[in-house]
Design a protein around this ligand. Sequence first.
Ligand code: ZN
Length: 72
Amino acid sequence: MPTKSKKTKAAGRFGARYGRSVRTKLASVETKQRIKQKCPYCGKLGVKRLSKGIWECSKCKKKFASDIYYLE
Ligand SMILES: [Zn+2]
């Protein structure tokens, strides 16, 4: 059962494994990749990450390949 810890957020699913600083770094990347990103085509905030480097805009329905974790 994955439980969220207060300090490491989503990385709390790893329990005590991999070290605290690694988990904190991972949590900061993961929270950034899960929020809606800005679309390079229509400029609206609505791009969701589908998989590694694959993004889809919910506004203009464009699917494209770009950066792995989050868009600039
Ligand atoms: Zn768009």
